[in-house]
Design a protein around this ligand. Structure first.
Ligand code: SF4
Length: 406
């Protein structure tokens, strides 16, 4: 069986051979990275349902298998917070962009030969692989490969995210693969969702009359001289406001409120194209990189790349700075994957849709899709329910309360 060269793998190897060794030779991932991967995988499944079934309810249903049941030894509250986070991001996406994209081909995983640019021969050791989230016809007539991304990066013009996409081979690879598989394409629609920076917080505990509860150092409730319960803390006097963690539903309302106030923080799209020379450069680079990885495998040489510009003190720092012996099993805080390309797992092998229209004469770079929401919803998350799904009104949060173990 051939080895798989994804653009993520190429990137890892080019960044630091030692990092590539941990990730792709040993299959290690930090547990926090596994969480990030789960959010991306679940979110993309929900977006597939939204795009192809054109229903927010179907999209939220598609999330359920990823969060049922809660795995053993997992913090149930954190698990439910995560599920609610993804659900709110999908509901906010629907509100932000309105009608789903017009898809003309389904999500697909592809595997293609790595070609020697001098001889045209295919590598007998490596294939390249990747996946896209569909092929869409844009309102301006362009045909694009759709790629959903979840990121923690700044999506505004002040950040470097979009500038870097102009150089990133992951975009080039998708466009090249789509064309090799027979699609006539104008570019890649990068459809990006930013993960929240805000976190679930705490709320004051209330008594039966709806009053906040403040206690003194000995744990007794504090009352004002007029007999009313005190409503504020006072550190110097030792008065403490009693609080409790938000429920997942309350966290969902907080997140939706934030999405409504600043949708541009969470959602951005651009169509990006590539010149033929850029595609040829990427193909040539893939050939060179697979040869170099093969050489490293044969010699078991996995150099560290350490400088301020190249070593990000990545998630393998603790292994990198210790005498880690892979024979000793999976280190604490990591998981070992059977499939070192988990991002390729999913529902990608459905039949191809029909394609395509001739490309537009204009280069489709930097076409930014226009958001459709007209008024900022505030307060109740039901306002996020699209008008054409009004009969499928969401509950007070995106996950029915019966599912929440409180
Ligand atoms: S900590 Fe630096 S040198 Fe070590 S694996 Fe990560 S990127 Fe490479």
């Amino acid at each position: 069986m051939k080895q798989i060269l994804t653009t993520n793998r190429m990137q890892s190897f080019k960044m630091c051979r030692r990092k590539h060794y941990f990730e792709y030779e040993l299959g290690l991932r930090q547990q926090v990275d596994a969480r990030s991967l789960r959010i991306t995988t679940a979110g993309r499944a929900a977006l597939h349902a939204l795009q192809h079934e054109r229903s927010l309810v179907a999209a939220l249903d598609a999330l359920r298998p990823f969060y049922e049941p809660c795995p053993p030894a997992t913090d149930r509250r954190e698990w439910d917070y995560e599920r609610e986070t993804v659900a709110c991001l999908i509901a906010g996406y629907r509100w932000r962009w309105g009608e789903p994209l017009t898809m003309i081909a389904r999500p697909k995983r592809f595997q293609l030969p790595v070609i020697n640019p001098k001889t045209g021969a295919a590598s007998t050791i490596w294939d390249t692989a990747g996946q896209w989230d569909g092929i869409a016809k844009m309102p301006n007539g362009q045909t694009v490969v759709v790629k959903h991304r979840f990121t923690a990066e700044d999506l505004s013009s002040e950040g470097s995210f979009w500038t870097r996409q102009q150089l990133d081979h992951r975009v080039t690879h998708l466009l090249d693969a789509g064309r090799q598989l027979g699609h006539t394409l104008d570019g890649v629609l990068l459809d990006v969702i930013r993960k929240p920076l805000i976190r679930p917080g705490t709320l004051p505990m209330l008594d039966e009359a709806g009053h906040k509860v403040v206690i003194d150092r000995s744990g007794h409730r504090v009352f004002n001289p007029n007999g009313q319960p005190r409503q504020t803390a006072h550190a110097a006097k030792g008065f403490t406001l009693q609080t409790r963690p938000m429920t997942p539903l309350e966290w969902g309302e907080k997140l939706l409120e934030d999405i409504g106030q600043r949708p541009e923080f969470y959602y951005a799209r651009q169509v990006i194209s590539r010149r033929d020379e850029e595609i040829a450069e990427m193909q040539s680079e893939a050939w060179e990189v697979q040869q170099t990885i093969r050489d490293a495998q044969n010699k078991q040489r996995w150099f560290k790349t350490v400088s301020r510009d190249t070593c990000s003190l990545c998630s393998f720092l603790t292994l990198c700075t210790s005498q880690f012996d892979p024979q000793q099993g999976t280190p604490r805080g990591f998981v070992r994957l059977d499939d070192v390309h988990p991002e390729l797992q999913g529902e990608f092998d459905r039949p191809k849709g029909s394609c395509c229209q001739p490309p537009s004469a204009t280069r489709p770079e930097d076409v930014i899709a226009t958001p459709v929401q007209t008024a900022r919803p505030t307060g109740h998350p039901e306002r996020f329910t699209p008008a054409n799904e009004a009969s499928q009104t969401l509950p007070t949060s995106t996950i029915p309360e019966d599912d929440i173990p409180f």
